[in-house]
Design a binder for this molecule. Sequence first.
Ligand code: ATP
Length: 136
Amino acid sequence: MENKLRLEIVTPYGSVFSDEVDEITAAGSEGEFGVFPQHAPFITMLKTGMLMCKQGSSTLIFFVSGGYAEVGPDKVVILGDSAEKSEDIDIERAKAAMQRAEERLKKIDNIDFGRATAALERATIRIQVAQKLSPK
Ligand code: ATP
């Protein structure tokens, strides 16, 4: 359909979403970008962040961690490291992950700083997306 986009959100854990939508906004590594049907093709890396799409009168919100987006005129494929629809986010799990990452970051030696920082970022943004607050 000319005025629709197929959005596929795929992760190593499985397919998270596959349907026709009207408009997509996502967190690219170079900044937020919007896609309407008939957009010129491009590929971009993604930041850990929120993906929003309009489907008729509804707005669907997802958490997407990393990966990349492949944009075509009638299809957007999101290959994320992990992704969840906002209402599927387990806030208690994200809070526990946040606490674990914060504890790890307090220890000066023998930590994988990058890994703990990335885990903290995922947990923080999951909580924001679950509460539908736009991450910075
Ligand atoms: P955790 O330490 O809680 O596993 P994580 O950030 O390390 O968090 P990921 O590696 O991003 O987790 O994801 C692993 C799998 O668990 C994915 O399928 C992801 O969708 C799911 N997942 C992780 N955290 C949550 C959450 N808070 N709510 C729902 N699903 C989650």
